[in-house]
Structure formats: C-alpha cells, structure tokens
Ligand binder design. Structure first.
Ligand code: PMP
Length: 386
C-alpha cells in the first residue's frame, strides 16, 4: 500500500466491501431495499452482541458519545444513584453525562493502567447502594480491559442496571450481553465494528426498556429520546416504513456489510483472533525493550496496545513511524499522556497488519536514535503467531 496504514485505536482501516457501500448512490431512507438492509443490520447487531430476540437494538446517526448519551438520557432520572467504574478518560465522560441528566454519581476510580475488581465493586456497593452501574469495557486511553462478566454479576446482586461502554471493545473483546446480564451495550461504528465514523450503536435489555417505560420524568434530551427512536427501529425490523430523523443511509448500508463480515468469521473466532494479534504485538514490543500500560497483562485490552516510550524517545518519534508506513496515536490519559503511545489492532486487522505496525515502530525507533536489534520485535511476534 502506498499510503501509511491507519493503526490508531479508531477509526481503523475498513474493508473494501464496506468502503464500496459508502460510494453507492444513496437510496431513499424509505426505499424497500433500504428498509430490508436496515432491518438486517438491526438483527445482525443483536447477534454480534450475543443478545436474545427480546433485546432492542438502536442504530443512530452520531458518534459513540451519542450512544452514551442515548443510554443515560433514557435510563437515568433525576436523583438516581449511579456507580461509575472509573478506569480512565471515557469513564469520566460517562460520569459527566450521568450528572448532566440529574443522576448522583459515585466514582470508583482505578489508578491509570489499573482496573477495578468485582470484589472492589461489591465493597463499594455495600457502602453505597446504586440504581445503575456503568463500566467501560476497554478504556481507550490506557488499554485497560475490565472484567465485565464479573462486575456485571456483582451489580445484579443489587438489581442495579448495567450500562457498558463497548466503544473500544465491541466485536473484538469477548462480550455475551444476555448471558452476562448487561442491560445496555453500546459502541460506535468506527472501531472493531468496522464502518466509517458516524453511527452510535446500542442494544438494550428488556429490563432497560422496562425502566425507561416506567420513568416519572420526561427524557431530558429531544434527539436521544427512545420514545421517538424505538418505533422507528421496530418498524425497520418489521420491514415497514418509519421516519423520525433521516438515517445515515450509506453508513447503515456499510454497517450491514461489516456486521455480516463479522458474523461470517464467527464471534468465537473474532474474539480469539483479537487475543492472538494482541499477544503478538505485546510480545514484539516487549522484545524491543518497551514496558507497557497496563503493567499487568491480565487486564490488558486486546484491541490496542499502549507501549511506553523508551528512555530518550518522545512523541516526536511517531512521525518516523508514519514515514515507515503506520499511523499510530500518542497518549491520551492526562496523568500519563507524555509517557506512552497507542497502537490499534482491531476489526479487520490481520497478521500482516500487526507485523507492518511492529516493523514501522522498530524502524522509527532506530531513526529516533534508540538502538534496537533489527527484526527482534518481528521475530517475537512471529513466534506468537506461529
Ligand atoms: N468511549 C470509548 C471507550 C471510546 O474509546 C470513545 C472514542 N475513542 C468514546 C467513548 C467516544 O466515542 P466517539 O469519539 O465516537 O464519540
């Protein structure tokens, strides 16, 4: 490829089949062929999240932040108590959104690069009963993976609703929405889901819908109100015409293709491929002498890696990496921002892609003046892939 490869933690590189949907003539949003596509996309989203037929998918025009807003605006009423499992930058955004809709937030915060265990959550909830627990599946700022299954089980001991931000995890990290008792799993199109930016995606459980139906106060956001969107999603799934706001037609067509590509691979294979690629990247980085965030690989994400700059190297080295063929991201967590960079390896990412990224990092490091033995990172990664 003549252009550098985009390997940040989203947006990612999209498949040719997805991109060709983006360039097709835009049909009417009430064209029967488009209604069929939208209906399929809703069904496929539910399947990708491993949720049952009574779970309600929503496909909205907007980014991942809109999906967060949609979940919270509809499920939080003034005075509701929410415990926010805080593993970094995006958990804090969730706390802000809950407060904006009148919820009372208790933050259960981990240090940057650390996680929160189910035992810690149980202790926090024993002190402070909550109506709602929010969890960030993968914190994109530090590469921390949370134990959604364990945390969610603890929240259910108290009948709390569970909202999980899966923006940097959905369709990559293991997630069994129904089996794990997750009431809302939400994401955005531009990461492992594999569609250009512009769609907020969420699937709500029957308990979440019941909580919304029983609200005493109107939903505080006009655009996010499920009262407008639920009939539209139900209409498309029933292959009927519905209109509230014009859907992002080409993005929905592209989404339908990417969801089918994910399902063709199979969810278990998708989860396993992300583990394998992540292990290869992390082994390659370690072999080049770099430490990583999180320090404990037991709670490291498989969608991205967060290597710390070696002594004497800073973010300036990323321009050498780019010239060598890979666009990577700098640090994001305000407390440790200048100490690390980030490599995304999710969605359609392949073995060849992660080797490209590692090769570019190695060449970039040498150009920045850091002595690294040629091929040492690639050899370690290849050993994992073999
Ligand atoms: N949550 C997480 C975990 C994210 O990584 C992001 C985006 N990087 C968001 C929420 C917000 O998504 P968006 O930028 O699409 O609004």
């Amino acid at each position: 490829m003549s252009r550098p490869y985009l390997m940040i933690p989203g947006p990612i590189e999209f498949t040719d089949e997805v991109m060709s949907e983006m360039s097709r003539p835009t049909p009417s949003h009430v064209d029967p062929a488009f209604i069929e596509v939208f209906g399929q996309a809703l069904e496929r989203l539910r399947t990708v999240f491993l949720a049952g037929p009574d779970y309600q998918p929503f496909i909205l025009a907007g980014s991942g932040t809109l999906a967060m807003d949609s979940a919270v605006a509809n499920l939080v009423e003034p005075g509701d108590r929410a415990l926010v499992v805080d593993t970094g930058y995006f958990s804090q955004r969730m706390a802000d959104i809950v407060q904006r809709y009148g919820g009372e937030v208790t933050l259960l915060s981990a240090a940057p690069g650390e996680t929160i265990t189910p035992e810690q959550l149980r202790a926090a909830l024993a002190e402070d009963a909550c109506d709602l627990v929010t969890i960030t599946h993968v914190d994109t700022s530090t590469g921390v993976l949370t134990d959604v299954k364990g945390l969610s089980a603890v929240a259910k001991e108290q009948d709390a609703l569970v909202i999980v931000d899966g923006v940097c995890a959905a369709a990559a990290e293991e997630m069994r929405q129904e089996a794990w008792g997750v009431d809302v799993y939400l994401t955005a199109s531009q990461k492992a889901i594999g569609t250009p930016p512009g769609l907020g995606l969420l699937v709500a459980s029957p308990a979440a819908l019941a909580k919304w139906r029983g609200r005493k106060h109107p939903v505080g956001s006009y655009y996010s109100d499920w009262g407008y969107w639920l009939p539209i999603m139900q209409a498309y799934e029933a292959r009927k015409v519905g209109y509230f706001g014009t859907p992002a037609v080409n993005l929905v067509m592209a989404l339908n293709v990417s969801l089918q590509q994910i399902l063709d691979e199979g969810m278990e294979q998708v989860f396993a491929r992300h583990v394998l690629l992540s292990n290869a990247v992390k082994a390659g980085l370690a072999a080049m002498g770099m430490t990583q965030l999180p320090a404990d690989m037991a709670h490291a994400a498989h969608t991205l890696s967060c290597p710390c700059y070696p002594e004497g190297i800073d973010a300036g080295f990323l321009r050498f990496v780019r010239a060598e063929g890979a666009i990577l991201a700098g640090g994001l967590h305000p407390v440790v921002k200048s100490k690390y960079f980030r490599i995304g390896h999710m969605g359609a990412a392949s073995r060849a892609d992660v080797l490209t990224a590692l090769g570019a990092v190695e060449a970039g490091l040498r150009q920045a003046g850091y002595a690294v033995e040629p091929g040492v990172g690639l050899a370690a990664a290849q050993a994992v892939l073999a």
